[in-house]
Design a protein around this ligand. Structure first.
Ligand SMILES: CC(C)(COP(=O)(O)OP(=O)(O)OC[C@H]1O[C@@H](n2cnc3c(N)ncnc32)[C@H](O)[C@@H]1OP(=O)(O)O)[C@@H](O)C(=O)NCCC(=O)NCCS
Length: 389
């Protein structure tokens, strides 16, 4: 039995659609939309003895860490034909993808895992979260209508991009969306979807992209596809805009970080339900990823690491991370004070978990001074992202 991993070609399109499309129950006609959004050049097939048995894709996006955007492969649609599952096809194609991304110079990859074991085996680890919240509309209690609200068309991300970028600079983990990822967010087949900007339309302070169905039973939700508020008044106006639906829609659903500052603005939050999803990151090129990220501008130091990576030998070995003025350089050598496997490096890199905590779960090792320095260098807001892809 021989596996093979290849770029999608016109000859293998049908087979990809029949394996991966069937796995994810692509709706009638969705294949062309999916292919356009992700880019046919970013689709791969895995073959067993010459026959296509699965595939995957990735959005060639970016991801924000420390106020800078890092090229990132956002991996999606990993699927294997049911009859060959359990035979190593998925692991083979994930290993092949990781090697391919490394050769292509892509520093990081991220994904939402349905089965963590598969991805852990290829160096991915929990590195950020996405909490889904449900809150009764009548708990919002905000009546601030001061800022103007303007409905904008959803055929282009233009009204939202600048705000999304400002928000991304202030947190960790947000995607620098490709046109396909924006389209995925803005065009949803179900319900009535609308977009609004808050404040002066030429320099807005917030936005809301939402979706709802007319709800005669009054049991439904207003689904927030994404929302952002850069100022307190935009945050209050956003909630007032959402609460305006309360006579016909009893709940609002949105996604945010574990500690969501938007809940500081609602009258009540006791009845909010939160459901956790975590995303995983693979550091594909350690030196490039460390140099591309931003760091706190008031912290400097030299962190000596010893990185272990079973899959990519180029990542193995000792390096010195020198940080000053918010930027880093990486040189080889040093004492190897912080011993970390490639899985353990991901949650440290994204600021998902501090080094002292990662040591307690066996993901890295080092003395107290080394861990304290690592925590200062990688300190930052909780990494999260509003969408799933
Ligand atoms: C998940 C999926 C891609 C795995 O494909 P596969 O070819 O059976 O996986 P592999 O045989 O390469 O398994 C690799 C490792 O992952 C583990 N694994 C695979 N499927 C798993 C599952 N459903 N739950 C837990 N672990 C799983 C295997 O046990 C194996 O680890 P091991 O060798 O240490 O036992 C396949 O079941 C599938 O297509 N599922 C439906 C779509 C899906 O869930 N895709 C993932 C989206 S993120």
């Amino acid at each position: 039995m021989t596996f093979d991993y290849r770029p999608l070609t016109p000859d293998t399109e049908d087979a990809f659609h029949n394996t991966v499309g069937r796995t994810f129950r692509f709706a009638e006609g969705y294949w062309e939309t999916f292919k356009r959004r992700i880019g046919a050049e970013n689709l791969r097939t895995v073959h067993l003895d010459g026959r296509v048995v699965g595939g995957l894709g990735f959005y060639a996006a970016g991801q924000w860490f420390g106020g800078r955007v890092i090229p990132c492969a956002a991996v999606a649609a990993v699927g294997i034909s049911p009859e060959v599952r359990g035979g190593g096809a998925a692991e083979y194609q994930m290993r092949s993808l990781v090697e391919e991304l490394h050769s292509a110079g892509t520093p990081v990859a991220c994904l939402f895992a349905s089965t963590q074991r598969l991805y852990r085996k290829t160096g991915f680890e929990h590195a950020g979260s996405r909490y889904s919240y449900d809150l009764p509309m009548n708990a919002i209690g905000v009546r601030d209508y001061e800022l103007p609200v303007t409905e904008v068309p959803l055929d282009s991300p233009a009204p939202f991009e600048a705000i999304a970028e400002k928000r991304a600079r202030l947190t960790n983990g947000h995607l620098d969306r490709t046109p396909g990822l924006w389209e995925r967010l803005l065009q949803h087949p179900g319900g009535h979807q609308a977009g609004y900007v808050i404040g002066n339309p030429s320099d807005p302070e917030g936005f809301l992209i939402d979706r709802y169905c007319v709800d005669h039973e009054e049991t439904g939700h207003l689904y927030v596809r994404d929302m952002a508020a850069l100022t307190p008044s935009a945050g209050r106006r956003l909630w007032a805009l959402i609460a305006g639906h309360r006579s016909t829609i009893p709940w609002v659903h949105w996604c945010g970080p574990a500690v969501d500052p938007m809940l500081c603005l609602t009258a009540e939050c006791k009845r909010a339900n939160a459901q956790l999803l975590r995303w995983m990151v693979r550091i594909i090129d350690v030196a490039q990823a460390l140099e591309a990220r931003g760091y706190p501008s008031d912290v400097s130091g030299e962190l000596h690491l010893e990185v272990h990576d079973d899959l990519l030998p180029a990542n193995n070995g000792r390096i010195i991370l020198t940080v000053a003025n918010g930027k880093a350089t990486v040189t080889s050598g040093g004492r190897g004070d912080l011993k970390v496997g490639i899985n353990g490096l991901a949650p440290l890199y994204t600021a998902f978990l501090p080094a002292q905590v990662l040591k307690s779960v066996g993901r890295l090792d080092g003395d107290d001074a080394t861990l304290r320095l690592a925590d200062q260098l990688f300190a930052g807001p909780e990494p999260w992202m509003p969408e799933i892809f």
